[in-house]
Design a protein around this ligand. Structure first.
Ligand code: MTE
Ligand code: MO
Length: 328
């Protein structure tokens, strides 16, 4: 055994439990992010800003530049009142500034790195073991599958949590449209290829990009599983995974692959990003479970990225009634 080794990108402090959120947020910044933020904070707010945090002007400019332009006719969508929360919504700006998007940064402040990314002219391909493969532009997707809004809880495996209104549609509707063959047992989700995207992180070959996730067909067709195209009544900002991402609210957040370019119906369980990197930390099923600790921290409680309040973690993130049957 070497007596020290270099930290791999996924072993950075940002992935560990967060006993004191603000300290962690600071520690989680990659060196590159840390320097950019320090410069931004000082430029925006003069000497008054705490040097390592964003000033309000910088934050406002950032938010504006990272919204997906233009707001289309699909937003805001009508809220589906069936999905109620047991907690207040997380502050929109807080949720938009505490993200995981490893193609761009290993820190939580993703927004500075998505500025130069131009995701217009997006297409999403649906392929594999289906009767009717299809490719959709975002316009075609919105016209084919009417959007609705749902209030969902979100729980990251790192213990941070939020509660947000997503806009999108049940993945089940897309499944019905493409008609999977009987041999299709799993659905694979593939995120963008960031390697030629301006501003993206220079990732190493040992990181299994493109980011990939997977669900069993039954999980994919569950009423809760969404393809999300918006949040807080507008199109997804880049850092949240513009223009279309997966949302699986009873599972840890890493299952919700962002910026999808391909959905593929397959026979075998697909290899996925985090499960490939650390199967004992990030298992394929990844249902939220307060009783199963991460190897390095407890999952018994979680904290909201807006209020920083801690609360107990709920089994299946509170969605047991709708999904426990999948695992019985
Ligand atoms: N392509 C891609 N998708 C991703 C990730 C990522 O790094 N890359 N991070 C995941 C993790 S760990 C979480 S918790 C959620 C975070 O979503 P949010 O930043 O919109 O809150 O996105 C998930 N989807
Ligand atoms: Mo996560």
């Amino acid at each position: 055994m070497p007596f020290f080794r270099r930290r791999k990108p996924w072993e950075q402090p940002g992935l560990q439990e967060t006993p004191e959120p603000r300290v962690n947020e600071w520690a989680a910044l990659s060196r590159r992010g840390w320097m950019a933020l320090a410069a931004g904070g000082i430029a925006a707010a003069g000497g008054a800003a705490v040097w390592w945090r964003f000033g309000p002007e910088e934050a406002a400019a950032e938010e504006k530049s990272n919204k997906t332009a233009p707001r289309s006719a699909f937003f805001p969508a009508k809220r589906n009142e069936e999905f109620e929360l047991d907690r207040p919504l997380t502050d929109e700006a807080a949720a938009a500034r505490y993200n995981n998007f490893y193609e761009f940064s290993t820190g939580k402040r993703v927004t500075p790195y998505v500025k130069e990314w131009d995701p217009s002219d997006w297409k999403i391909e649906v392929a594999g073991l289906v009767e009717r493969p299809a490719t959709f532009t975002m316009d075609e997707l919105g016209r084919r599958f009417p959007y609705e809004e749902r209030l969902y809880r979100h729980r990251c495996v790192e213990t941070w949590a939020m509660a947000v209104p997503w806009t999108g549609f049940p993945l089940r509707k897309l499944i019905e449209h493409v008609k999977p063959l009987a041999s299709a047992k799993f659905v694979k989700f593939v995120s963008l290829d960031h390697t030629k995207v301006k501003g993206a992180r220079r990732t190493s070959k040992s990181e299994p990009f493109p980011y990939t996730e997977g669900l069993s067909i039954a999980e994919a067709a569950n009423e809760l599983t969404l393809l999300a195209t918006g949040i807080f009544g507008h199109a997804l900002p880049k850092q949240h995974g513009t223009p279309v991402r997966l949302v699986v609210p009873w599972k840890y957040g890493f299952k919700g692959a962002k910026s999808l370019v391909r959905i593929e119906f397959v026979e075998r369980r697909p290899a996925t990003f985090w499960t490939t990197l650390g199967p004992e930390e990030y298992d394929f099923v990844a249902n939220v479970n307060p009783k199963v600790p991460h190897p390095r921290w407890s999952q018994a409680t979680e904290w909201d990225v807006g209020t920083r309040e801690r609360r107990p973690t709920l089994p299946f993130n509170g969605y047991g009634e709708l999904v426990a049957k999948l695992y019985g």
